[in-house]
Design a protein around this ligand. Structure first.
Ligand SMILES: CC(C)(COP(=O)(O)OP(=O)(O)OC[C@H]1O[C@@H](n2cnc3c(N)ncnc32)[C@H](O)[C@@H]1OP(=O)(O)O)[C@@H](O)C(=O)NCCC(=O)NCCS
Length: 200
């Protein structure tokens, strides 16, 4: 995904994390003018909004579930992957993003008992159409797991698409789900790690 401004100036690293403060993580330090920082934040917000729209379109959602304003009002973390290699525009390209966050949920275990838990949830995930099935999703997901210090089976996934279910099966051997009555999907092994208390 290309933008009419310098993506490299906003993101320092190949994978950048952004939280509710929406701080442009790129160049900082003394001599970095406040006005420039404000410009970069505006550009970061544009990137988040555009990526959120593209993800919604890819998943046939009526409205984006990821936007700059939603980021500001939730304690979610956005992992953004950019491509340092693409030099055609000289401005850098955003490949995709992964959004996660902790949520309080009631989930059913194998016996059908309700459990109040607060797992890390996969909330949105998108790799640009032209770049899917090249390992970029795996790169982003792997980075997130390391940084959040979670195992894949500890995650809850909000309304996973068929592509994401294939992705989780292929890369993390997450095959068997535990049926739920909400939109979240959890996998076998979820309860081997203590998330919360059984309430029924
Ligand atoms: C799901 C997604 C983020 C995975 O990222 P990715 O970079 O394509 O994934 P990787 O290249 O690391 O892994 C590829 C694996 O993902 C799964 N996958 C990716 N695209 C797929 C497709 N079109 N059909 C079926 N499975 C697909 C497959 O398991 C694939 O392995 P395979 O090519 O050997 O079959 C990406 O496909 C995407 O953005 N899809 C559209 C949006 C979406 O569905 N997001 C999930 C939100 S719930």
């Amino acid at each position: 995904m290309e933008f009419p401004f310098d993506v490299d100036a906003i993101f320092g690293e190949r994978i950048t994390t952004v939280d509710q403060h929406l701080r442009p993580p790129g160049r900082r330090g003394p001599g970095f003018a406040t006005t420039h920082r404000v410009d970069l934040q505006q550009q970061l917000m544009t990137i988040i909004d555009e990526m959120g729209k593209a993800s919604a379109k890819a998943q046939n959602l009526p409205t984006p579930i990821t936007s700059a304003s939603r980021m500001q009002t939730n304690r979610h973390v956005l992992y953004i992957l950019k491509d340092n290699e693409v030099k055609t525009t000289g401005k850098g390209v955003v490949i995709g993003f992964l959004k996660v966050g902790y949520k309080k949920l009631f989930v059913l275990d194998r016996r059908g008992a309700h459990n109040e838990v607060e797992p890390l949830c996969v909330l949105d995930f998108y790799i640009h159409e032209s770049l899917q099935r090249n390992g970029f999703g795996k790169e982003l997901f792997h980075y997130m797991l390391q940084r959040e210090r979670v195992d894949p089976h500890q995650l809850a996934v909000d309304r996973p698409s068929e592509k994401l279910l294939c992705f989780l099966r292929k890369h993390y051997n997450l095959c068997e789900t535990i049926p739920q009555v909400n939109n979240f999907v959890i996998f076998q092994g979820f309860f081997s790690h203590r998330h919360g208390e059984s309430v029924t």
